[in-house]
Design a protein around this ligand. Structure first.
Ligand SMILES: [Mn+2]
Length: 354
């Protein structure tokens, strides 16, 4: 797939802010704009031609992956990546460059500042990345489908696991099955929590054994062709009326916030909607994290669906919606779906029952 359309948006940005080139060495960003999947590179976008600077390890890979209209520049003369990038910019007669203040190292910033008029910008490429194209959505759907299949198998293990299944065992099973079903990797280390451990939103699985009446949280994701997925479900093994009461409230918050999502709405609004539902039940202080996040080449990307979220939701943003409440000594509940933002609402990608 050609990345020229994506780079054209950066070229429009160059024009808008009056700089001659924009550079990035942040992997998800150069991957998105060039197709190159190696770990290190400098991508240079100019108003005219674009360049990618790679070291000796990556020349062949770059030739295979990078779009034909991007010129590959190597460091076979043993110069460092950053010096080669400087030399190239100088050769091109470039004086003003845009850099990523959210990604570039301070030492690299100071280096470039010695030779160029450097203008720092925040989240330029990340903002472009937040609007997914059809190809990206297909990859995310594949990654989500694998996660849902594995979650189904993991849920079945719960019902026969009382008194014997540990959190670590189930987490290891999930990791193995994600790979066996064809994912390229895990989106993150799965969270598997039983009982009171569910009250810790970002818990690390232990040897704790599943008991009758336990709250259970499983949060996991797969990566397919560099794209991530993310799903969380809460279960209760056996009867627990407190779980049923709290689950209905979290589900109400999740549905209300999903219903508030559409293109043009302030990014922080759905978070406020969820908060209001919890407030109604006196549980606002137990909702201790944001509502969700963008997902794509990174597991957490723009937009950030929290009180700190900025700007407006856009068409084809892919988001998680994952309200949760966490009561110490009782347990926690979180329900997470992935959605695509549309003009008049959302397309809910997650099919798993809730
Ligand atoms: Mn998530």
């Amino acid at each position: 797939m050609s990345t020229i359309g994506r780079r054209t948006k950066v070229k429009e940005f160059l024009h808008l802010v009056d700089i001659e080139a924009f550079i990035t060495n942040y992997r998800p960003n150069f991957m998105y704009l060039s197709g190159f999947t190696g770990s290190t590179a400098f991508l240079i976008i100019t108003g005219d031609k674009d360049y990618i600077v790679v070291d000796g390890r990556y020349i062949l890979r770059a030739k295979n992956e990078v779009d034909d209209d991007i010129q590959i520049v190597d460091t076979l003369d043993k110069s460092s990546l950053i010096k080669k990038t400087r030399d190239l910019l100088k050769d091109l007669g470039i004086g003003t460059i845009g850099i990523e203040k959210n990604n570039l190292r301070v030492s690299d910033y100071l280096f470039f500042s010695e030779y160029f008029d450097v203008k720092p910008f925040n989240y330029v490429i990340e903002s472009i990345r937040s609007e997914k194209d059809r190809d990206e959505v297909e990859k995310i759907k594949k990654a989500l489908l694998i996660s849902e299949r594995v979650l189904q198998e993991a849920e079945a293990k719960l019902y026969e696991g009382v008194g014997k299944l540990s959190e670590i065992e189930l987490a290891n099973f999930i990791k193995r099955r994600i790979i066996e079903l064809g994912a390229n990797g895990l989106a993150f280390e799965p969270i598997v929590a039983f009982g009171k451990n569910t009250a810790l939103p970002h818990y690390t699985p232990s040897d704790n054994i599943l008991k009758e009446g336990d709250f259970v949280i499983i949060d996991m994701g797969a990566v397919v062709d560099q794209y991530h997925s993310d799903i969380t479900r809460s279960f209760c093994i056996g009867k627990n009326s407190e779980f049923e009461r709290l689950y209905k409230i979290v589900l109400e918050a999740q549905i209300a916030s999903i219903e508030s999502i559409r293109a043009g709405v302030p990014v922080k609004n759905p978070y406020i909607v969820a908060t209001k539902v919890f407030e109604k039940y006196g549980l606002k202080d137990y909702f201790t994290h944001g509502l969700g996040h963008g997902v794509g080449l990174e597991i957490h990307e723009l937009p950030s669906m929290s009180a700190a979220g900025f700007g407006f939701l856009k068409n084809n943003n892919v988001l998680t919606v994952e309200p949760g409440i966490y009561l110490p000594e009782i347990g926690g509940i979180r329900i997470e779906d992935m959605v695509i933002v549309e003009d008049n609402g959302v397309n809910i990608l997650t099919r798993y029952p809730k």
